[in-house]
Design a protein around this ligand. Structure first.
Ligand code: NAD
Length: 475
């Protein structure tokens, strides 16, 4: 049993994920050889290609890793960053396998990455590079609606997904399901309402569900709900921005510190997230924001006093060098792998509760799943039933008013009579997914012997499902 084994040396990202997986596996009785079968990354394709830009050839290196194809298609984002390498892509692909299993999204796990700084290239150049990378993957079925479906990740977004979808369509002119080859597309290219916000929205739903379980809240030495809770967040990109915006505007939480690449900005009364985001878009960083105090050492601000810490930037942010100094009693991992295996152990010994990445940031892949289903069914969610629902609700209200002789106020009528739009349905499906997955996970945490934390519990749930799926295959 390797639970509680202290880590004194920091290991790579993939090994860090595997250490956490091994903790969970050591509590399970799996069929002979199954643990290794699940743990290993099935395949990683490396591609090096040249693109003629600015008068000469530039060579780029990209990866697509398939961690597990016990279910197909496999699913996982494509990241554009200079730190992309095989170890990182394989770690992220593994996380996708466990994440999909945990939130019951019927996909295997994959991940892709291109080693590039997107800021160094113009939009036209980026389009050329992205299309060429996509072409290399498409011709090997590493992008395909029934085989391998990417999505956005760090450094990519709707724009890149639209280019990828278009490249696939050009190369597969008679594939009626072509739009399902990638998710996270803009609406005009077959995307779904609510995908851009989905991962941040999922963080909000995860925290709301956590605070519905007062026993768990107590374990984190907190009480009450999200109202007034002080939050430190690292990274105000897609995930961090949406999480911070929703938690402050809809749940009354106070975002007291935001950490970005150029430093941190703090305000004990709570930062205005939209104003800060506008400032970052305009100036490229948090420095100079008038609504808070700036500190150059961003990483040090991870150690600020707060109730909840949300690392939403990159892996390894909380590691052996700073884990002991972290003061937050509750961490929710919005990024993938922000707490290393060594730091995880230190934090657990300090009684810090960690809501783990494979659960916390699963909102993105959940809504990607909805988008893929929409693409395969070729119809917007809610299109058939929305007006019918409205008619029924309207008749019901009129009948009640007729019978009682009393009248509902207009705002109640408007909200009650409205049929569900696509974004309403997406949010409802996401909320249900996040609630259900948390309840399943906490049940294991609270009842299984040798399950010390939510992370181990989440892996236990996922591994059992993957093992069952593999057992049913003719391998
Ligand atoms: P993004 O590129 O939109 O945002 C990342 C943000 O972090 C940027 O604002 C960047 O400036 C900031 N940042 C980078 N390095 C930093 C540093 N050293 N210190 C402080 N800030 C730093 O990326 P994203 O899509 O928001 O992804 C963030 C994390 O969430 C990644 O780990 C990603 O794998 C994970 N994730 C993303 C999604 C998604 O749907 N986009 C889904 C699941 C998980």
């Amino acid at each position: 049993m390797n639970i509680h084994r202290p880590q004194t040396l920091e290991v790579g990202f993939r090994d860090s994920v595997n250490i956490m997986v091994d903790h969970a596996m050591s509590t399970l009785t799996l069929p002979e050889g199954m643990a290794e079968n699940i743990r290993i990354c099935n395949a990683t394709y490396t591609v090096r290609f040249g693109v003629r830009l600015r008068g000469h050839f530039h060579t780029f290196t990209g990866y697509r890793a398939v961690h597990s194809d016990h279910m197909e298609p496999v699913k996982g984002g494509i990241r554009f960053a200079t730190a992309v390498d095989q170890d990182e892509v394989e770690a992220l692909a593994a996380l996708m396998t466990y994440k999909c299993a945990l939130v019951e999204v019927p996909f295997g796990g994959a991940k892709g990455g291109l080693c590039i700084d997107p800021n160094e290239w113009t939009e036209d150049e980026l389009e050329k590079i992205t299309r060429r990378f996509a072409y290399e993957l498409i011709k090997r079925d590493l992008i395909h609606p029934s085989q391998n479906v990417p999505a956005p990740d760090m450094g990519t977004g709707e724009r890149e997904m639209a280019w990828i979808a278009d490249e696939y369509r050009r190369m597969n002119t008679i594939d009626i399901n072509a739009r399902g080859c990638v998710t996270g597309k803009p609406l005009f290219a077959g995307g779904i309402a609510g995908r851009v916000e989905a991962t941040g929205r999922g963080i909000q739903y995860a925290l709301r569900e956590f605070f519905r379980h007062q026993e768990d809240v107590k374990s984190a030495h907190l009480e009450g709900n999200l109202e007034g809770k002080r939050i430190v967040i690292q990274g105000l990109g897609n995930v961090g921005y949406h999480a911070a915006l929703f938690l402050s505007e809809e749940d009354g939480a106070l975002i007291t510190t935001v950490i970005e690449r150029d430093g941190a900005v703090s305000n004990n009364k709570g930062l205005d997230i939209q104003a800060l985001k506008d400032h970052i878009t305009e100036t490229g960083g948090v420095k100079g924001f008038s609504g808070g105090t700036f500190a150059e050492d961003g990483a040090a601000a991870l150690e600020n006093e707060c109730d909840i810490l949300i690392p939403a930037a990159m892996e390894g942010a909380i590691n052996l060098s700073n884990a002991a100094q972290i003061k937050a009693p509750l961490i929710i991992e919005a990024a993938n792998g922000p707490v290393t295996a060594g730091a995880d152990e230190i934090l657990r010994q300090k009684d810090c509760i960690i809501i783990p990445d494979l659960y916390a940031n699963a909102g993105g892949v959940t809504v990607s799943y909805f988008e893929w289903v929409k693409n395969l069914s070729h119809i917007r969610f809610g299109r058939l039933q929305r007006r019918q629902e409205e008619m029924r609700q309207t008749s019901l209200l009129s009948a009640v008013e007729d019978i009682t002789g009393r009248f509902f106020n207009d705002s109640f009528k408007t909200s009650y009579m409205q049929g569900a739009s696509e974004v309403d349905l997406v949010r409802s499906g996401l909320d249900d997914t996040m609630r259900h997955a948390y309840q399943t996970t906490r049940e294991v945490w609270r009842t299984e012997k040798n399950c010390p934390d939510l992370r181990t519990a989440a892996y236990i749930v996922a591994i059992k499902r993957i093992s069952a799926a593999y057992s049913g295959l003719n391998l």
